[in-house]
Design a protein around this ligand. Structure first.
Ligand SMILES: Cc1cc2nc3c(=O)[nH]c(=O)nc-3n(C[C@H](O)[C@H](O)[C@H](O)COP(=O)(O)OP(=O)(O)OC[C@H]3O[C@@H](n4cnc5c(N)ncnc54)[C@H](O)[C@@H]3O)c2cc1C
Length: 455
């Protein structure tokens, strides 16, 4: 390695600090090496300099809040921060070019809404709600210099909100090798993290010509408790409509249906008795990608096609930044459970499905929570305090199509001082599925999109 090369590397490390994601650095060096072999300053330096320069964002007109992740949490956060403190200058960062909603995506798989209904522009959200948006991938951040590093340069922050959502943890279904994990992700995507997965899944179910279609429900605190059961119903409805001779094997890694059990059991039996075979306590221990087989503790299942949803974990950004709680099974950040800030750093907050609290991983939960946390951050800047309020979870589950029929749940949470754990509070559960529920689910989603993007 030449002297200039070493110099670039040292400067890069100094500027990025120890917390810059290890993987991202590896990728950068590897990319630079791949472009051209050995060692000229001009060949290595530009790739690194791209990360070192300041990103082209407007100058901050007040205390700058950088929000990482334009999902349900980040969008709501970006909008509400200025509502509670108009002096804030807010910038939202997301690696995607557009937003595609996961809620209601199961109904979309069964052609009950269009892709337009689910898709919205980050530009609209930012223009209509008076904040900035930059499409960029966040690589890490430095808490000393208060800088966020992205593939488009760094951004200074006064407050940093991390709302990057979840990632799959394939190691928990026995797939350890990184290359195998990527192949599994592409061949049998779970459909719970990116919109490309959803497009692939829709193609799969509309082109399926018959045989065994395998789905699973992960264990642990996974994203949207009801969604895998709902998805089984929507896929069965498509097969039924297309008159495909298919068996849906629903392998549940839990001992029973985790939510809306009565409603889903009735749907499986009354609507899809010929299609869905539900198998509880099916702990997946390995997947043979090319052999089309899944192994559980006691059995093996062959399939013709599959959607494999592994257990989830908090975004790797958190672990790689060294702020994960060492006792958290999902590598969630070590945050204050009521104020959401990193323990020992009230400039950094973690919200949405990456949070450490055990609230349901839902869009509605993330939305109501972000309104509260925006107020907490505003209050911190104004040297005030706000009382804790529980997030609200609201979740509709469609079970039938033409017409769309759904059931629902609404709940809050309370903190039990004795056990020091959060528990459900004021839960309202409707397990009768009907067309009113179906219409309400679409009206709910429309209202949420309007709030995050247009009002
Ligand atoms: C099929 C399905 C059905 C669902 N149904 C419902 C429902 O009926 N009701 C409900 O309330 N919830 C539902 N959910 C759950 C809901 O989608 C999630 O809980 C919600 O999206 C969580 O919001 P979030 O902002 O925490 O994460 P996300 O919405 O995942 O947003 C995270 C964002 O961060 C970005 N990001 C990640 N890493 C980086 C990085 N390094 N740099 C830049 N950007 C980054 C991602 O691109 C993404 O846009 C459903 C989910 C699925 C999959």
């Amino acid at each position: 390695m030449k002297k200039a090369d070493k110099f670039s590397r040292r400067r890069f490390l100094q500027a990025s600090g120890a917390v810059l994601a290890g993987n991202a650095m590896g990728a950068t060096s590897a990319a630079a090496a791949a472009i051209e072999p050995k060692d000229t300053e001009t060949q290595t330096a530009p790739a690194l300099q791209k990360l070192l320069r300041k990103a082209a964002v407007p100058l901050a007109k007040g205390a700058r809040v950088v929000v990482v992740g334009g999902g349900w949490s980040g969008l709501t956060m970006a909008k509400n921060l200025r509502r509670f403190n108009p002096a804030f200058d807010v910038i939202l960062l997301d690696q995607q070019s557009a937003f595609v909603s996961f809620p209601v995506s199961n109904a979309w798989l069964a052609d009950q809404v269009s892709l337009d209904f689910l898709s919205h522009s980050f530009f609209d959200a930012a223009n209509n709600n008076d904040y900035h948006f930059m499409q960029a991938t966040v690589l890490g951040f430095d808490r000393n210099s208060r800088q966020v590093y992205t593939d488009r340069g760094y951004v200074d922050y006064d407050y940093l909100v991390l709302a990057p959502g979840i990632e799959y943890d394939y190691s928990r279904i026995g797939v350890e090798d990184a290359e195998a994990q990527t192949r599994l992700f592409h061949r049998y995507p779970g459909g719970f993290v990116t919109s490309s997965e959803l497009l692939t899944i829709k193609n799969k179910i509309h082109q399926f010509t018959g045989g065994t279609f395998l789905l699973n429900v992960p264990d642990g605190d996974y994203r949207c408790t009801a969604a895998p059961y709902e998805r089984a119903c929507m896929i069965a409805a498509v097969f039924k409509r297309r008159r495909v001779r298919a068996k849906i094997l629903l392998l549940d890694m839990n001992s029973e249906i985790k939510i809306k059990k009565t409603g889903f059991t009735r749907a499986f039996e009354q609507l899809y008795g010929d299609y869905i075979e539900y198998l509880p306590s099916s702990l997946i221990s390995n997947v043979d990608i090319d052999g089309h087989r899944v192994e559980t503790e006691f059995d093996e299942y062959s399939f013709d096609d599959a959607i494999i949803y592994p257990p989830v974990r908090a975004s790797r950004l958190i672990e790689e930044a060294g702020i994960a709680d060492e006792y958290s099974p999902q590598k969630a950040a070590n945050t204050d459970p009521f104020r959401y800030h990193l323990i020992g750093d009230e400039r950094i907050y973690v919200t949405g499905d990456s949070r450490s609290q055990p609230f349901s991983k839902g869009g509605h939960t993330a939305h109501s929570e972000a309104q509260y946390v925006a107020e907490v951050i505003a209050a911190h800047a104004l040297d005030r305090d706000v009382h804790w309020r529980s997030p609200q979870t609201m979740c509709f589950s469609a079970v039938d199509i033409e017409p769309l029929r759904a059931m629902s749940i609404i709940t809050y949470y309370k903190f039990d001082q004795r056990t020091e754990l959060f528990a459900f509070d004021r839960t309202h559960l409707i397990e009768e599925w009907d067309t009113q529920g179906g219409q309400a689910s679409l009206a709910w989603a429309e209202g949420m999109y309007r709030d995050m993007f247009y009002l």
